[in-house]
Design a binder for this molecule. Structure first.
Ligand code: GCU
Length: 607
């Protein structure tokens, strides 16, 4: 019997049947979807026994994969059948959610874990296309539906999807996903980071139903040099995209315009508009924008604003603004593990507003979409970052392609979010020729995708002409960014807080300066004198001294201290103080504010 099953599968699984990922479908947030969240079955597979045969050949590249290939979801048909796995006999794991925080035996696990979800599917009569859409999965993900490989995605923090229109059945579909979160030298990020390597289906998985011709991509924003003109493009996809009529409606601006797509389903436009209420941190006004094409209609909520620099000023809608920020890692404040829910985002951004911020640095990788959608609504400006962190394999072209692809997926997802003003290329990368070429290429790519935002990267400061008491930024990439950002830890990694009083700065670039990180560790509830490490008083004093120093640095137009909340890191092992947590949070991992929180809050109140 198994042989017959295999024969049928071989037909289905011929290499030609492999599905490549389509161009990213944007604004799934507002589309009709069927969530596949909830309980999934899982198998831990550190030896990837469900993927490779004993000769280490991938089953899904074999003409006749053995029944032991996990993506076949094989079942024992006869008592004599040999089978050494059975998804349905396994425990459940919740999706969305990293696996580390769900199962004690998986806290430090780095390797492959297989997920299986069975479901029936009643396709609504209108839909002609159905995608399986993953909001994120860390890190390498291979997706199979009903025994057929859909494709592979690399990158742990950006969305991807596969067209399953011709594969879904009314009954007993089985979706099997192999997720491997092993770190690698040539990965993005690379082997060493200062955050927990949360693995798995960390965000929602859903089915998206759309018409056979649909709106795949669009970008709608004020023209960068004309704030009375709305500029953008719409890209159709599907069976009948050529020369389609596309409607764009913004009722509140009395805009209703018909456009004609070209032969590739693409149309760009410029629409004059008066009396626009510009999106800002004070009035975060969002307009309902509806796009229509025969068979598809999508609505979005878009804020219209301009962001640019002029000399050392950052101008939001042509007015200078100081970015009162804080850095955030994507960990849930409500439970252990990666954040992914709207409630997680609500709590984090409530703390951000309580601190008096108008800006957040979402470090060091793309956060979930709830964060930027909520920032749009709350009027909080956002720095989003590509996980090009520390010692990336700069000479490896695949590494570059990976970095560019992840950035491309981030930009596609968030390009219509008014709150996002900065795309960050990297964090604390070395000033070496290969890195300068890598980042320069990434910056040019970003500018080609988005002329409406600023680019930056968290650079590093150094002694000015060998004098340790004068600091400067000496980095060729500083010439390519719009905003000059750098991390500095004077008083924590570099002397004690009093050292801040001895340092002067010589920033030579005529650009706005952002201090993208400074901070100190403190165990919440540990008290002592201000020179005793890990006390709240030490951290409080570091903030006081740092803020005073920063106030004296010319051209500084904003800060995003490190970090809102304590976060897990395998690097931080000091017993009874760190215990696997980076303690530089202004708030402890169990939600208690430290004294430094109020120092920063007061600074922003008087800014
Ligand atoms: C670095 C780095 C952070 C890290 C922080 C720290 O600047 O950018 O990712 O967590 O310092 O040492 O705590």
């Amino acid at each position: 019997m198994i042989k017959q099953v295999l024969f049928i599968l071989v037909l289905l699984m011929s290499p030609l049947a492999g599905f490549s990922q389509d161009n990213l479908l944007i604004n799934v947030y507002n589309r009709t979807t069927t969530s596949l969240s909830g309980d999934w079955k899982y198998i831990i597979d550190p030896y990837e026994n469900g993927y490779y045969n004993y000769r280490y050949q991938p089953f899904d590249q074999q003409e006749s994969p053995w029944a032991s290939a996990f993506f076949l979801n094989s079942k024992q048909k006869n008592p004599s059948d040999l089978l050494e796995y059975d998804f349905d006999g396994m425990d459940n794991i919740t999706v969305p959610g990293d696996w580390n925080s769900q199962k004690p035996e998986l806290l430090y696990y780095e390797g492959t874990l297989w997920y299986k979800k069975s479901f029936d599917y009643n396709r609504s009569q209108l839909s002609n296309k159905v995608f399986i859409y993953f909001e994120a999965s860390n890190y390498k993900t291979e997706v199979y539906l009903n025994g057929q490989k859909l494709g592979t995605h690399i990158g742990g923090f950006t969305p991807f999807h596969f067209d399953v229109s011709d594969l879904l059945k009314e009954k007993d579909n089985f979706l099997i996903v192999k997720v491997d979160n092993k770190r690698s030298k040539d990965g993005v990020p690379t082997l060493n980071t200062d955050w927990w390597n949360y693995g798995g289906l960390t965000r929602d998985v859903k089915l998206v139903e759309i018409g056979s011709t649909y709106i795949q991509d669009y970008f709608i924003q004020l023209a960068p040099n004309n704030n009375k003109q709305i500029k953008g493009y719409i890209q159709l996809d599907g069976v009948n995209k050529s020369k389609q009529i596309v409607q764009i409606e913004i009722p509140e601006l009395n805009i209703s315009k018909q456009l004609i797509a070209d032969i590739n389903g693409y149309v760009s436009f410029k629409i004059d508009a008066n009396k626009i209420q510009y999106w800002s941190t004070v009035t975060p006004h969002l307009y309902d924008v509806t796009l229509k094409v025969e068979g598809d209609e999508i609505m979005d909520q878009i804020g219209f604003r301009t962001i640019r620099t002029e000399g050392s000023k950052i101008l939001l809608n042509d007015k200078p603004i100081y970015l009162k920020g804080i850095s955030i890692h994507e960990e849930s404040p409500l439970r252990d593990g990666r954040g992914h829910s709207e409630e997680d985002a609500e709590q984090l951004l409530d703390w951000v507003q309580e601190l008096g911020c108008n800006y957040v640095r979402l470090a060091h990788y793309p956060h979930n979409e709830h964060m930027v959608r909520l920032a749009d609504q709350k009027g909080i400006l956002v720095w989003e970052e590509n996980p090009v962190y520390w010692t990336i394999s700069w000479e490896n072209n695949e590494t570059y392609e990976n970095a560019e692809n992840q950035l491309s997926e981030l930009i596609a997802r968030d390009q219509n979010r008014a709150s996002v003003i900065i795309w960050s290329m990297a964090n604390e990368t070395p000033n070496v020729p290969a890195r300068n070429i890598f980042l320069s290429k990434l910056a040019k790519f970003t500018k080609s995708k988005d002329e409406t935002r600023l680019i930056s990267a968290a650079l590093e400061q150094k002694d000015y002409q060998g004098n340790p008491l004068i600091r400067t930024i000496d980095d060729p990439f500083a010439e390519e960014v719009d905003i000059l950002s750098f991390n500095q830890y004077i008083g924590w990694y570099d002397g004690l807080p009093s050292k801040c009083e001895t340092i002067s700065w010589n920033i030579q670039q005529d650009k706005p300066v952002l201090i993208s990180e400074f901070g100190a560790g403190a165990k919440q509830g540990l008290h002592g004198d201000q020179n005793t490490r890990w006390t709240e008083e030490f951290q409080e004093n570091l903030y006081s001294k740092s803020l005073k120093m920063i106030n004296g640095i010319d051209k500084v137009q904003g800060i995003s201290p490190w970090v809102l909340v304590d976060f897990r890191s395998p690097r931080r092992v000091l017993p009874k103080i760190q215990d696997g947590w980076n303690r530089k949070g202004l708030i402890s991992d169990d939600g208690y504010k430290k004294k430094a929180f109020y120092i920063l809050q007061n600074f922003y109140k008087n800014k």
